[in-house]
Ligand binder design. Structure first.
Ligand code: XIL
Length: 369
C-alpha cells in the first residue's frame, strides 16, 4: 500500500493535472476557436460588397430562384448588384413577336430592389439567345432592314420602359465586334449586321436612351483586353460618340483565365476606353483555371489555386486603383458549382466561392487590402 500510495497520489495528481490541462486546452481551444470562429463569422458577415463599399458595387449573375434558401442569404450578404444570367435576354423575355414573358425578369428585379440591390439589364441586342422570329417573316424569309429595325425598336422600347427607374444600367449591345485578328474586320457577321448594316448599333443606343434617359448605356464585349479587338472597339465607340450616340459605358465581360489578360493589357484596356470619357465595368467576371478550350482538368491543384489567387489579387488591385472609372464589378455566377463554364470533365473553378458556397483562398486575396 505504502509503496502504492505515492503512485496513487502521483496518479491522482497526474489525472487532476491532466484534467485541468485538458479543460484549459479545451477552454482555450474552444475560446480560440470561438474567437477565430467569431472573427470568421464576423468576416463572413462582411461581404464583398462591404469591403468594396468605398469603391464600386459588386454584382453577381442570377437565375430567378437564386435568391432562395442558403444561397439567397449568401448572395444578399456578399453582393449589392444583380444581373439576370439569362431571363432578360431577347429570346427569353420576348420569345415571340407579340409575346413578352416578364415573370422571371420581374422576379429578379423585384427581389433586388426589395433587398436594396442595384440591377444591371442584360442584354437588349445580341446575335445569340435571340428569337429566330426577329429575323424572319411568316413565310420564313429574311425580313427587310426596315422590319428588323422596327422590331428592334419595339423590343428595346418595351423592355427598357418597363424597368425604367429600376434597372439602372443596360448592356444595350453585346458582342458586336468580331475577334478576327485582321484589324480591318470590325463587325461580327450577325443577323443584325447582315440585315441592317452598322445602323442597328446607333439605333439601339438611341432607342434605349429615349426609353430611359437616366439609364447608363453599355457596349459590352469579351476579349476587350486583346489589343487588336480593344482597338477595334475603341475606334468604333469613338466614332459613335462623335456622332452623338448616347453610349455612356463599356463592359469588359471579364471571362478570363489565370494566364490572361496580363496586368498591362488590363490596364491599357481600361485606360483606353475611359479616355473616351466612358465609365468601365467588369460585367461577367470569372477566372478559369483552364487556359484554353482544349485544356481539361478535374483537380484544383495547389499551383492552379495559387495562380488564381495571384490573378484575382492583381485584377482587384487594378480595379481599386482605377475606381474613378470602374463603376461596378459583376461575377458571372455565384460559385464554382454554379458556373456556366463548369463541366464534369472540364472543371474551371472560376469564382471566389467553392462548391459549398464557402469563400476560397482567392476570396481573401480580393478583400484583404
Ligand atoms: C451565358 C449564360 O451564362 C449561360 O447560362 C447561357 O447558356 C449562355 O449565355 N457572354 C454573355 C452572357 O454576354 O450572356 C453569356 O451568358 C456568357 C457570355
Amino acid at each position: 500500500m505504502k509503496k502504492k500510495l505515492p503512485i496513487t497520489r502521483t496518479s491522482i495528481t497526474f489525472i487532476s493535472v491532466f484534467i485541468m490541462a485538458t479543460a484549459i486546452t479545451l477552454l482555450c481551444g474552444s475560446r480560440g476557436a470561438g474567437i477565430s470562429g467569431n472573427a470568421g463569422e464576423a468576416d463572413s458577415l462582411k461581404g464583398l460588397k462591404d469591403y468594396y463599399r468605398n469603391y464600386f458595387p459588386i454584382g453577381v449573375s442570377v437565375a430567378p430562384n437564386s435568391l432562395e434558401g442558403a444561397q439567397g442569404e449568401m448572395i444578399k450578404r456578399q453582393f449589392n448588384s444583380l444581373t439576370a444570367e439569362n431571363v432578360m435576354k431577347p429570346a427569353l423575355i420576348h420569345p415571340e413577336e407579340k409575346m413578352y414573358s416578364w415573370d422571371n425578369a420581374d422576379k429578379i428585379v423585384n427581389l433586388a430592389l426589395a433587398n436594396g440591390m442595384k440591377v444591371r439589364g442584360h442584354t437588349l441586342c445580341w446575335h445569340s439567345q435571340t428569337g429566330a422570329w426577329m429575323f424572319r417573316d411568316s413565310r420564313g424569309n429574311t425580313v427587310t432592314k426596315e422590319v428588323a429595325l422596327a422590331r428592334l425598336k419595339d423590343h428595346i422600347t418595351t423592355v427598357v420602359s418597363r424597368y425604367k427607374g429600376k434597372v439602372y444600367a443596360w448592356d444595350v449591345l453585346n458582342e458586336a465586334v468580331v475577334d478576327d485578328t485582321d484589324p480591318a474586320k470590325v463587325f461580327r457577321e450577325s443577323q443584325w449586321y447582315k440585315i441592317c448594316g452598322e445602323e442597328y448599333i446607333s439605333k439601339a443606343f438611341q432607342w434605349a436612351h429615349e426609353a430611359d434617359t437616366g439609364a447608363v448605356l453599355f457596349y459590352n464585349d469579351y476579349n476587350t483586353e486583346n489589343p487588336v479587338k480593344r482597338d477595334k472597339i475603341h475606334n468604333l465607340l469613338r466614332k459613335l460618340l462623335a456622332q452623338g450616340v448616347p453610349i455612356t459605358a463599356v463592359g469588359l465581360q471579364g471571362h478570363w483565365n489565370i494566364n490572361d489578360p496580363s496586368e498591362q493589357n488590363l490596364r491599357d484596356a481600361i485606360d483606353k476606353f475611359s479616355s473616351l470619357g466612358l465609365k468601365v465595368q467588369v460585367t461577367e467576371l470569372d477566372v478559369s483555371v483552364l487556359s484554353s478550350r482544349t485544356d481539361t482538368v478535374k483537380t484544383y491543384t495547389p499551383e492552379r489555386e495559387k495562380k488564381q489567387m495571384d490573378f484575382y489579387k492583381m485584377i482587384f488591385k487594378v480595379f481599386r486603383e482605377k475606381k474613378d472609372v470602374i463603376t461596378g464589378v459583376t461575377f458571372w455566377n455565384v460559385s464554382d458549382g454554379r458556373s456556366w463554364i463548369d463541366r464534369p470533365n472540364r472543371r474551371a473553378y472560376p469564382l471566389l466561392f467553392d462548391y459549398d458556397l464557402k469563400p476560397k483562398k482567392a476570396f481573401w486575396e480580393v478583400v484583404n487590402f
